[in-house]
Structures are given as C-alpha cells and as structure tokens.
Ligand binder design. Structure first.
Ligand code: PMP
Length: 282
C-alpha cells in the first residue's frame, strides 16, 4: 500500500512519524474518513469543510487547500487501485518537545492512507440490521470537533461486542447523543427523529446529506433529543456514517424494534443516499 505523509507518497513500511508527535502523545489531532465507491470520493467537499472547522476550533493551521487535499485523495486512489473502501486523513499539531502549551511553530503532521473494502455499498449487514446497547456518554464536551481521541468510543464498541451486540448508543442526561462512530435516529409514526446539532455530537456529513434527502422526499424530520425508552418504543431506528451510509438498527438493549427487521424508512434512505451520492461523487 502507498500512503501519504507530509508531502510524500511512500510504501507503508517506509512511512514514519516522530515519537514526539502531539497526535501520538496527546491526541492533539483531527481526522476525516471519506468513502470511495467505484473509485470516486463520496461527499469530499463535506469532509473538507468539516476538517477546516475542526482545525480552526483547535487553533491549528490548515496546511492544505481543498484542491490540494482533493488531489492527494485522488492520487492515493489511483496509486492503490482503490475501487471500494475509504480514505483516512489525519492532521496533528506536529512534533515538538512535550509541553501542554500549544507550540508556536510546529509543522502539522499530515497522514493519509486507504483501506480497501470490496463491495462496501452491498454490505449484507444492511439486510439484517444491527443490534445496539446503551452506555453512558462520558466523553469530553466538544464532540463536534473530530479529534483522534477515540478511546471511549473504542471501549464502547468492545462493551457492545461483549454484550453480543454490534455497537453502542451513548446516553447523557437520559438522552441518546450518538453511536460510537455514527449518528443515531429513530422513526415513529413516519417521523424521523435525531438529536439536534451542538457540542454534544459530531456534525455528521452523512447526517446532513440524509436529512436533506429525507426532506426532499417529503419525509417529516424532527431534530431533538430522544431517550432510550423512546427508542425502544420506536417503529424503527438507524444510524448514519461515511462508511456505514444508512444502517438499520433492529434491537436496542435486547428489545426488538417493530418486526425486528430493517424498517422501510431506513432502507429507503439508504437507497436514496447511495444513488444520489454516487451520482455526485468526485
Ligand atoms: N458521530 C461520531 C462520534 C463519529 O465518529 C462519526 C463518524 N466519524 C459520526 C458521528 C458520523 O459522521 P460522518 O457521517 O461524517 O461519518
């Protein structure tokens, strides 16, 4: 595999990052994941915009223009013959002597790599749906910034696996915030309910597109928090993320939703999302 590190395209074995990198020492960095379908990037502009915002919120300089970033993404797709999969991008504040204060003159570390996932859009899991458990949301208060601090979400996925489930929905003050790596939705009486934007959740790029398509298709959308009990009583549920697209949820804490199979709203939105995004892919 060819990866990108600070301006160079290198075989993965030759790519190096300093042990003093603040991403490694302090999780002082941000990331993005963009899906690739048929060799093209899904919603690249959305990811580039959110990256710029994450960097700005952390007072980190943006080392690349959107055009440069797009060129690197495309070059990696080409060099790795990537058809279906994803591109991971990470920018950290760089390498300096260890210090809690932000360094004045560190150069950001930019890393990108590809991961091939043949048949990504035909994921058979979408036909059966996933099971989630609920866990307390004990993450920090700026979840709108896409930082590389993924330890708790990682622990959440492990808790889900140990409980025989696929993922965890995190709960704060009795309300669902989001999934470990995705935004969470329920459907009741045809209405799609998902938490409003704020510092409590990541502003999903897929969320934004899916809500737009839902409204265009005259589906009713309500952006507000919901509780786990409300979710358990819902007709259906689903999650969205750049790599899962729209994925039905069929069970919450062992309680089956509706018929216990993927719901019509989730399946329809998945189809619309994939159709529209493939058409707009770059
Ligand atoms: N919330 C969290 C916590 C996430 O990690 C992700 C995926 N990175 C999402 C939501 C979904 O965001 P997107 O649709 O941009 O992938």
């Amino acid at each position: 595999r060819t990866v990108y590190v600070n301006g160079l395209y290198l075989p993965e074995e030759e790519a190096k990052v300093s042990v003093f990198d603040r991403g490694f020492l302090m999780a002082d960095g941000v990331y993005e994941v963009t899906s690739v379908l048929g060799g093209k990037l899904i919603d690249f502009a959305g990811h580039a915009r959110r990256l710029a915002r994450s960097l700005a919120e952390l007072e980190m300089k943006n080392p690349l223009t959107e055009d440069e970033l797009l060129a690197i993404h495309r070059e990696l797709v080409a060099r790795n013959d990537l058809v279906d999969g994803m591109i991971y991008l990470q920018i950290t504040r760089g390498a300096t002597d260890r210090d809690f204060l932000f360094p004045e003159n560190a150069e950001p570390t930019v890393v990108l790599f590809t991961q091939s996932k043949p048949g990504l859009a035909d994921n058979p899991t979408a036909k059966v749906g996933i099971k989630v458990i609920s866990i307390p949301d004990i993450r920090w208060g700026r979840r709108d910034i896409k930082t590389v601090q993924l330890l708790y979400p990682s622990m959440g996925k492990m808790m889900a696996r140990k409980a025989g489930a696929d993922d965890a929905w995190m709960v704060e003050d009795g309300e669902v915030t989001e999934g470990t790596s995705n935004n969470a939705y329920i459907v009741k009486g045809g209405k799609i309910i998902t938490r409003h934007l704020g510092n409590e959740i990541l502003h999903g790029i897929t969320r934004s597109a899916v809500l737009r398509f839902a409204r265009e298709a005259q589906m009713e959308v309500e952006e507000r928090p919901f509780t786990v009990d409300e979710a358990k009583a819902a007709d259906e549920a689903f999650i969205t993320s750049a790599s899962a697209f729209v994925m039905p949820v069929v069970q919450i804490d062992g309680v089956s939703l509706g018929a216990g199979t993927p719901g019509p709203v989730a399946l329809r939105l998945r189809e619309i999302y994939l159709d529209e995004m493939r058409k707009a892919a770059v």
